[in-house]
Design a protein around this ligand. Structure first.
Ligand SMILES: Cc1ncc(C[n+]2csc(CCOP(=O)(O)OP(=O)(O)O)c2C)c(N)n1
Ligand SMILES: [Mg+2]
Length: 694
């Protein structure tokens, strides 16, 4: 090999090696150019990724969203150059958010040259909404593997619902690559345990066992026997002792494809920074550019022209095209033919698949949604939600979910005839049992959603912290996931401060792109679901009460459809020219109404605004916002059983906020309401004070 080119490869092995070294050197050069990034793991795992992509995976670069493609998840997202290299070398095509092909490569060589730079399609970590061919956003370690379990559940459910004898329309597999970091993160353990319980034999994790993390050798913090751990979960555990042995890698992947009844875990012994004489097997190879001299030496070791940069030798694109390209195109064309006859034989099922793939809802999806009659005793938010979920799940075949062992409390159980429970031997079930695994529940919901299933998860609102990182990823990926959080505030009374959310609403409201909704009564719950279900690219969180809330008389007050605006005038003063405004969400809305009546009786012109969602309200026109909160009415009180944090934006500097500034306490709800000031008298007094009245 010379500086000017590479000699014509002769054997299959040589061209394989050339492709592998192209992945390695593109990664090295990109990191070197960016002066930041992670070269070592791409250098070590290039043979693995090459084998999965070019030898095994059914994936058509021409159509990266073909529904029956195999999925590839890079859970050690810092090794993103692996993905950018293969997406580029396979010439995977770009698609937009409307699922249309853009007729251009997803990742160009120029993007790679501009690795980690603004607008490059080769960003620091794999980003789902940004680069076609990325199946899920990764980087927070453990998330990718946990998400892959959701993808595997989805495949099983889809296969069960849609496959028919002779028509295996869904038979894809899921491959996830991970490192020591993913293995140490708790979320991966939760997900691995559930994957084995559910017998997900469509799922393969490959563990890059290189004994290196940022601080050094894993002996400083990670000495468990990972193989025994996975055997304990019930996985099929294989080992490949040399990450450069592509034949062994390919064989182990074949064993995976033939294994039934359990997921497969392949331990791959590798050398981080493989080929760099001074950096191999060191933590420096993990996250620092190699440096010019070391780059030259590594290239010399690979038999590469030492001064060539971003060099793709002749024959490399062609070899990917003849490998994954031809195989992917072949299987996709066969599938397309199969699906055409499937459409003739099973038109309704085919139509469902079409709609689901475009994230549309079936006709009649909202028929029979309940309307709750006025009732001063009312029902709990969670009860109303349970009724809605049971209607939606019957109207939308691919709508499903469950709770982290709190189904009876969250009221998320689907109880209608035939709803079923998803298990290894009942993959038709629509009730998912995540177990007490909130962290991975969030990731699994993401994985289901990435597979186009409309999925929900549920737990107590207090434990939303446990899955916050996954909610953040839903928002970042623009996925329409749904989280149902009940026991929204002090209603959990006697359970005390460990179970009483305070800062959670503020924390979720701070996540860009997430819709947080806290409905005030049963009809607001219905309208909240009506709004959420129509979202195609945004996640939503529902925050629901444990205790009954009065069902408001909508002939007296404004209709609950106002929920779709995030906030609306629920009750007003005659003539609609208020001198003060009470703003509330959830259980505090009826409290505000009580105070409102008392204020009116005293001749104070008050208005009540129900504000179930800041996020939705902030998206309304300025005109609408001003009609709800007229700028000249500065006497405003916000009341919410949660941290006061952030309410200043609606009450202004001269307003007043009644909320929590401490944790709660263990006592019956009524006493807590008294102790923390959630009583009509307090609102009335605050209103008078603001207005300077006695
Ligand atoms: C949740 C989380 N914590 C910390 C980090 C920062 N981080 C990125 S890579 C890394 C070390 C990962 O080690 P390993 O998975 O063994 O990767 P390798 O260096 O072997 O590629 C850490 C701590 C992260 N990305 N995500
Ligand atoms: Mg490692």
């Amino acid at each position: 090999m010379s500086v000017t080119g590479v000699t014509e490869p002769i054997t299959e092995t040589e061209i394989d090696q050339l492709c592998i070294n192209t992945i390695r050197t593109l990664s090295i050069d990109a990191v070197q150019q960016a002066k930041s990034g992670h070269p070592g793991t791409p250098m070590a795992l290039a043979p693995l990724v090459y084998t999965i992509w070019n030898r095994v995976m059914h994936f058509d670069p021409q159509d990266p969203i073909w529904p029956n493609r195999d999925r590839f998840v890079l859970s050690n997202g810092h090794a993103s150059m692996l993905l950018w290299s293969v997406l580029h070398l396979t010439q995977t095509q770009a698609v937009n958010a409307e699922y249309e092909s853009l007729g251009q490569p997803s990742v160009t060589l120029d993007d790679i040259r501009r690795f980690r730079q603004l607008d490059s399609r080769a960003p620091g970590h794999p980003e789902y909404h940004w680069v076609s061919g990325v199946e899920t956003t990764t980087g927070p370690l453990g998330q990718g593997v946990a998400t892959s379990v959701g993808m595997a559940i989805a495949q099983k459910w889809l296969a069960n619902r849609y496959n028919r004898p002779g028509f295996d329309v869904f038979d894809y597999k899921i491959y996830a690559v991970c490192g020591d970091g993913c293995m140490m993160e708790g979320i991966a353990s939760e997900a691995a345990s559930l994957a084995a319980h559910l017998g997900l034999d469509n799922l393969c994790w490959v563990y890059d066992n290189n004994h290196i993390t940022i601080e050094g050798n894993t002996r400083i913090a990670f000495t468990e026997d990972v193989a025994t751990r996975f055997l304990g979960y019930g996985w099929n555990v294989l080992r490949v002792g040399d990450a450069n042995d592509t034949a062994r890698i390919e064989h182990s992947l074949e064993v995976f494809r033939k294994t039934t009844g359990r997921p497969t875990f392949i331990i791959l012994d590798s050398h981080i920074g493989y080929g760099a004489p001074h950096k191999q097997d060191t933590p420096e190879a993990h996250g620092e550019p190699l440096g010019d001299e070391e780059v030259r030496l590594a290239k010399r070791n690979y038999g590469w022209p030492e001064d060539a940069k971003f060099f793709v030798p002749e024959g490399v694109y062609e070899h990917f095209s003849a490998g994954i390209g031809a195989r992917g195109a072949g299987t996709r064309h066969e599938w397309t033919k199969l699906f055409a006859s499937y459409r003739t034989a099973f038109p309704e099922l085919a139509a469902e698949i079409d709609q689901m793939q475009r994230r549309e809802l079936p006709g009649g999806w909202d028929r029979n949604l309940p309307v709750f009659p006025p009732d001063s005793k009312g029902i709990a938010g969670r009860e109303a939600s349970g009724k809605v979920l049971n209607v939606l799940a019957q109207n939308i075949p691919w709508f499903m979910g469950g709770s982290a062992d709190l189904g009876p409390s969250n009221k998320t159980l689907l109880t209608y005839e035939g709803a079923g429970h998803f298990q290894a031997d009942s993959p038709e079930g629509k009730n998912l049992h995540y177990g007490i695994r909130e962290h991975s529940m969030g990731a699994i919901v993401n994985g289901l959603s990435l597979s186009k299933i409309r999925a929900f998860g549920a737990t107590f609102f207090i434990f939303s912290d446990y899955l916050r990182p996954t909610i953040r990823l839903s928002a970042l990926m623009e996925l329409p996931t749904i989280l149902v959080f009940t026991h929204d505030a002090m209603g959990d009374g006697e359970d005390g401060p460990t179970h009483q959310p305070v800062e959670h609403l503020s924390s979720l409201r701070a996540i860009p792109g997430l819709v947080t909704l806290r409905p005030a009564d049963a009809n607001e719950v219905v309208e909240a679901y009506r709004y959420i279900m129509q979202l195609r690219h945004k996640p939503a969180v529902l925050v629901l009460s444990r205790q009954p809330l009065p069902t408001l008389d909508r002939s007296r007050y404004a209709p609950a459809s106002g929920v779709a605006h995030g906030a609306y005038v629920l009750a007003d003063t005659l003539g609609g020219n208020p001198e003060m405004i009470l703003i509330a969400s959830g259980s505090e809305v009826s409290l505000a109404l009580n105070a409102h009546e008392a204020l009116l009786a005293e001749g104070i012109r008050s208005r009540v605004v129900s504000m179930p969602s800041w996020d939705i309200f902030d998206d309304q026109t300025r005109e609408y916002q001003d009609s709800v909160l007229p700028p000249n009415v500065t006497a405003r009180i916000a009341v919410e059983q949660a941290s006061t944090f952030g309410w200043e934006r609606y009450v202004g500097s001269s307003g007043h906020i009644i909320g929590m500034k401490t944790f709660g306490a263990s006592a019956p709800l009524k006493e807590l309401q008294r102790k923390f000031g959630f009583q009509p008298d307090r609102l009335v007094a605050a209103a008078k004070e603001l207005l300077g009245r006695e």
